[in-house]
Ligand binder design. Sequence first.
Ligand SMILES: Cc1cc2nc3c(=O)[nH]c(=O)nc-3n(C[C@H](O)[C@H](O)[C@H](O)COP(=O)(O)OP(=O)(O)OC[C@H]3O[C@@H](n4cnc5c(N)ncnc54)[C@H](O)[C@@H]3O)c2cc1C
Length: 501
Amino acid sequence: MTADVVIVGCGPVGAFLAGELRLAGVRVVVLERAAAPTVHSRAFRLQTRTLELLDLRGLLDRFVADAVKIPKTHFAAIRPPLLDLDLLDSEHPYTLGIPQARTEAYLAEHATGLGAEIRRGHEVTGVEQTDDRVVLQVSSPAGRYSLAADYVVGCDGGRSVVRKTAEIGFPGSPGTVSALLGDVTLADPAAFPSGIPGTLRTRSGLVMAVAMPDTGIRVFTCEFDRPVPDRDAPVTMEELRAAVARVTGTEIEMTAPTWLARFTDASRVVDRFHSGRVFLAGDAAHVHFPIGAQGLNLGIQDAMNLGWKLAGRIHGWAPDDLLDSYDRERRPAADRVVLETRAQLALMNSDERIDPLREVFRELLAIDEVNRHLSRMLTGLDARYAPAAGAHPLVGQLFPPLRLCTADGPVRVADLLRTGRPVLVDPGDDPSVAAVAAGWRDRVDVVTARQEGGATLGGLLIRPDGYVAWAATPGGEPAAAESSLPAALATWFGRATAAVR
Ligand SMILES: Cc1cc2nc3c(=O)[nH]c(=O)nc-3n(C[C@H](O)[C@H](O)[C@H](O)COP(=O)(O)OP(=O)(O)OC[C@H]3O[C@@H](n4cnc5c(N)ncnc54)[C@H](O)[C@@H]3O)c2cc1C
């Protein structure tokens, strides 16, 4: 056994998961097919929920220092009005403009800094599991070898070999649109028909343009009634020029492409997020049209959900059901992104019958409550994991951005989660809280702290991924036993240690 967990794929999701597992003391090897990190950036936006999660691990400042905060974004290329992220109830009410290549580099550096081993140029060609381990077949520059692990996580992208060999189904809808991307130099950026940044929707399709930090102007085209080409057919500059001309009716001078690619709107979610000892995260588990900048974000949120649960199983304290909760919690989040991206694409269709619908949406977006609803959907803030019956309304949500006073001074809740361990915030009013928590003190940190500005909570148990496992009002416990503190501790962190049970 050379690793507790092998991660296949060192894209953003694999790299982030490796960091999470190392934080929890798990031995992890990451196998990456590509010999060197990619310089091309599919994604260029990080969303609010991801920023909140990076903040929990103390990583956010590094990302912010090198990126642009963008407080508004579009829904279905309708502008105006834009989605106003300032309306969000978050410490980070913006999206962050940062190329994927940089995100991947920072996350890989974080993981290796914590002791993860990343083997580049190592391609997984086969995965076989038995009751007690998984064996991978690997092709590397030094030859073929096999590697055994307790668990394998496929973070190997939309065409995942891990998913296929584990025979996990990938139901959904096939691609219907023909979309191209080119990072290019424009002879006259000011004359680009959509504006930059901007979108032009015509009877022939859609063109979008945005300035990339490192690679010139990114031009997208999307055509709704052309044959869907083979995903692997190389894209030429001529093909991009022709698509732009068809959609805009203008010949645009574009040169010096640093990257040309094609994509489509295939939308799929796996029928299970794991099969035995094989798990999937990121694009390996879900794909959708890349509108609204969400795939990478969704995958990082998968990894945050899975890391501590897998670590709990490896360290032997995870309750039987804990790993199943990964599928239960992340499938609805993936389904929701597929729903919303399909809705956006339908609204962007060039058919004139869509025009009235866009006008209605334009009016709706001007209503703050609707604007906030769609912003929460797009940024991942509306993810809520199903709470136990009778639980406090905060349970299943990310922790509220409270400021706390401890004996050592003020602290943000986010700062308490740097170590990746669960935290019980105990205001100290009810001695039974500390007494109960004593049974889990090897796994759960207890912080005695009061809320700044008057108490609205009588206690808060936060999972390592930042989601609330239990909360109480200042008067004490909610009535239902299944939503009590001991029940929440046992549900998420296993049995109390014998000495205090
Ligand atoms: C045009 C475009 C724009 C986008 N913009 C955004 C955006 O702004 N925001 C956003 O959140 N998302 C965006 N996305 C989506 C985002 O790029 C993906 O969701 C994200 O890359 C998924 O990360 P991942 O780690 O799951 O998979 P990937 O990034 O695909 O990484 C998979 C890794 O696995 C490796 N691998 C594959 N097979 C093997 C194997 N057999 N053995 C070993 N290694 C293997 C690959 O080499 C790769 O490094 C965009 C996508 C597109 C196409």
